[in-house]
Design a protein around this ligand. Sequence first.
Ligand code: FAD
Length: 389
Amino acid sequence: MHFDLNEEQRMYRDAVRNFARKEIMPYAAEIDETGELRWEAIKKMPELGLTGLQVPEEYGGANLDGISAAIAIEEVGYACGSTGLSLAAHNGLCCFPITRWGTKEQKETYLPKLTSGEVLGALALTEPNAGSDLAGGVRTSAVVEGNSWIIDGHKAWITNPSVSPVVITLTRTHPDAKPSQSLSMLLVETDADGLDIHPKEKKMGVQGSPTHQITYDNVRVPRETGVLGAEGEGFYQTMETLDGGRIGIGALCVGLAQAAMDHAIQYAKDRETFGKPIATYQAIQWMIADAAMEIDAARLMVYRAAWMKDQGKSFTKEAAMGKLLASEVAEKVAFNAIQIHGSYGYSREFPVERIYRDQRLMTIGEGTSQIQRLVIARRVLEEYGLKAN
Ligand SMILES: Cc1cc2nc3c(=O)[nH]c(=O)nc-3n(C[C@H](O)[C@H](O)[C@H](O)COP(=O)(O)OP(=O)(O)OC[C@H]3O[C@@H](n4cnc5c(N)ncnc54)[C@H](O)[C@@H]3O)c2cc1C
């Protein structure tokens, strides 16, 4: 067992770090204020493979290993939570399923566009009344008419649809089958008749990452080319997609937490009270010690899940553990980073205020902390021969 990145991974980390700190980080406050991603930077991302981290090279991707892909999201997240989230969703939730289950024709149709740096992809699972319970709760449905599926329904809290050519949509296609076998992933082009992408949600954080509701009113998708993978497999595809997505969100949390800690240490070195820098006080040092230790643990867990994925091992439990730990660490580290800044931490003039708002999503999106615990407990109890409900 060894814990070092290899030479290629180190070089890639340094290249992404340089790019993100030059092209994104100085604009993070502006992205937050205006609610707009910096497309000038996104358009340059294909040069580093960021818009197709694990997409094969023939479709414009970088075909990277899972650890390099996690590092890329971590570094972009360090620079800007909004850009990190949209990029994580693009890679993990849209490029991944098309790469994994797409036919040659579907890959040729969508992946070159998705990796071009001109757009970011989207996956629509959640609905106004279904988030944690997708198998039982999804009401967006489709019926066959001639050679098409006709979709009606309503999705909510979807990242990137306004900047995507296609929204992969989890749809109830076989209502008579048992819930876990009644869903399919349909490829819905965003210029389709009857598809309405609502105005951006007004959110607490990740302001630059566009989040929308979507309504489907008799939206027609060709049965021949519009189903991703096999009909009725959508729930299992969703679970596999979320396993990988959680590595991305975990990595994003590590980046956010690291940024919060770095800002806090810089501030603690500069700020003096009672004639001394506050970094010299044990109360401050303990917060820094906890942050350093917990970020280290979260990073190791996230990288381990990515490594297991690369090895072809089952990594559901490890991805859930990494995402759960990293999101809770990001919350605590960002909270304490504000504490270390005193009143200035509460001001928009310092990045920790934004980081605190941005990280708050991470215990909710791609499965809440309660759902991660449920996933972990189920796997652990199975190892002990027990079946959790
Ligand atoms: C900014 C943002 C971006 C997002 N991007 C996307 C996206 O791109 N695509 C997409 O499909 N979705 C997206 N989501 C939606 C997100 O994944 C869901 O909101 C999340 O999965 C939780 O679902 P919910 O909000 O319906 O909560 P609910 O499922 O209603 O849960 C409410 C509460 O009950 C708890 N709970 C539920 N069931 C259980 C249980 N069995 N045991 C214990 N506790 C339970 C939950 O943990 C939570 O605390 C996004 C959300 C946000 C805010």
